[in-house]
Design a protein. Structure first.
Length: 498
């Protein structure tokens, strides 16, 4: 795939400002797109856009196909006559710098339910576009809406706690559920209709301003997802539809017992026997939403680490081969060129490099990882053109936070590398130096989180990978997109031809 040398900003939509407690797909998203265009930025990178579940993580979604209804804009629901102004009168006084998921979710769901009731009770409302959406997306939407309706009727519990007839998808039980929950099923389909109606309009606006959306596909799906429930034959499940092995990574110097992620693992030979039909559908759906895909945990397409289900740590797992080479060949035959960025961080072996380079996928370079010494591969003088450089990503601290918490040796080497001298103000100034290093490099794309352009500290970190709770909640201040910032980014893009 041929890419143009470009720059990007990483900002998940939940982090956008606005009056409704969480960033959404409304006016502030359009304003952000316009700011990017005026700054000469050609890429807006987001995290996965799916419906979040456990821990509010975009990487643990109820579906690999569905959109997150919490991103639906109340302003646009009002504009499109799905809501009445009175529906917004009793809006809580939400915080502006953080997403309070515990408060926002019930309020937003109540708002969406009002929109559905208004839509479904209005005989004059044109239902053609909704019905076409349901028909076009039925290959995933039918199972997803049923899954969510069943989840709701079972108190929100994970599907492994449902009655066995529903857990095992017995035909008579599913037929009865569709009849009993028909209105709930339609409601969840309507939420998806609203999300994609708004997202498609936002993406079209971005494309019209010369901006491509960089989306994100996590390699694994959550166990508590419509994907796992509707396709048990594609995973290593026992006769009760519970995982026999789960995903993770082995012990290393940073994690003595490894990382136990707990996601179900794919039965790759079963996927191959279907012609990789589920994967093709997943990539088709994602490419209908975004222009470029970042593939998270790319190494898992070459080989994955499986851990016996029930283990408390990742110490007793083993590496197993995946069928990524055959998958990507099938995808190219069916989808054509693949605009994919490979997240090739962590334990990268020769088979991972061969899979990445054999498909021409650019890999990733993280500058915050670079300052151990001159032979570190993440230093810009080691780059080749076919890569994407980031100051940091969602799992990193902000660059200012990194500088303030880095070891003395790392800080000293970073200053030497850039020809800088230590000062009291360097922590605040260092993000700009790291951004300049990224932009001036030979890397095809240079991307920085919005927090780094704003020189924010660790209080604005988006995710702590080892921490439960308190993640994914940072929001940008409404006054952040200044003319001064626009001009500064413009200058970088002009100087370094991005």
């Amino acid at each position: 795939m041929t890419f143009q040398r470009s720059s990007g900003i990483l900002l998940h939509p939940t982090s956008l400002p606005g009056p409704y407690g969480i960033g959404d797909l409304g006016p502030e998203a359009f304003r952000f797109v316009d700011f990017l265009a005026e700054s000469g930025v050609r890429l807006w990178q987001t995290l996965p856009l799916g419906p979040t579940g456990y821990g509010d993580s975009p990487y643990q979604c109820f579906s690999a196909f569905a959109g997150n209804p919490y991103l639906v804009s109340p302003d646009f629901l009002l504009r499109d006559d799905y809501l009445h102004p009175n529906d917004l009168v009793e809006k809580p006084n939400f915080p502006t710098r953080k997403v309070d998921f515990g408060r926002i979710i019930p309020w937003k769901l109540n708002l969406l339910e009002r929109a559905y009731l208004r839509f479904s009770s209005d005989p004059a409302r044109d239902r053609g576009s909704f019905e076409r959406f349901c028909a076009d997306e039925s290959h995933w939407l039918d199972d997803f809406a049923l899954f969510m309706a069943l989840k709701e009727s079972n108190g929100g519990g994970a599907w492994d706690g449902w009655p066995a007839s529903l857990r095992k998808r017995e035909a008579s039980a599913l037929a009865q559920a569709r009849a009993d929950l028909s209105d709930s099923i339609q409601r969840f389909k309507f939420y998806q209709f609203l999300f994609f109606q708004q997202w498609n309009a936002l993406r079209a606006h971005a494309n019209s301003r010369g901006i491509k959306i960089v989306g994100d596909i996590p390699i694994f799906v959550a166990y508590d997802s419509a994907d796992a429930w509707a396709n048990p034959d594609l995973f290593f499940f026992d006769e009760d539809c519970r995982p026999t092995v789960v995903a993770g990574v082995p012990p290393d110097i940073f994690s003595p017992t490894g990382q136990l992620w707990g996601n179900p693992l794919y039965d790759w030979p079963k996927h191959k026997a279907t012609g990789f039909a589920w994967w093709l559908a997943r990539f088709r759906a994602t490419f209908a939403q975004v222009d470029i895909i970042r593939l998270d945990h790319f190494r898992g397409f070459a080989g994955y680490y499986e851990i016996p289900a029930g283990d408390k740590t990742a110490e007793h797992g083993r590496w197993m081969p995946a069928l990524g080479a055959e998958l990507f060949e099938t995808m190219k035959q069916n989808l054509g060129e693949l605009p994919i960025i490979a997240e090739d961080l962590g334990l990268i072996t020769e088979d991972v490099v061969a899979l990445r380079d054999g498909n021409g996928f650019p890999g990733m370079k993280i500058l915050q990882f670079a300052f151990s010494g001159p032979d570190n591969e993440f230093l810009p003088h080691h780059f080749h053109e076919n890569c994407v450089v980031y100051t940091g990503v969602h799992d990193n601290d902000t660059t200012r936070g990194w500088y303030e918490s880095a070891s003395e040796q790392e800080r000293e080497f970073a200053l030497r590398y850039f020809g800088l001298k230590a000062s009291k103000s360097m922590a605040k100034e260092f993000p700009a130096h790291l951004i300049r290093a990224a932009w001036s490099s030979v890397a095809l794309f240079a991307v920085a989180p919005m927090q780094d352009f704003l020189a924010l500290g660790g209080e604005a970190r988006f995710n702590y990978p080892s921490r439960l709770g308190g993640n994914w909640d940072w929001r940008m201040d409404s006054s952040a997109l200044t003319d001064e910032l626009r001009d500064r980014i413009c200058e970088l893009n002009y100087l370094y031809q991005r």
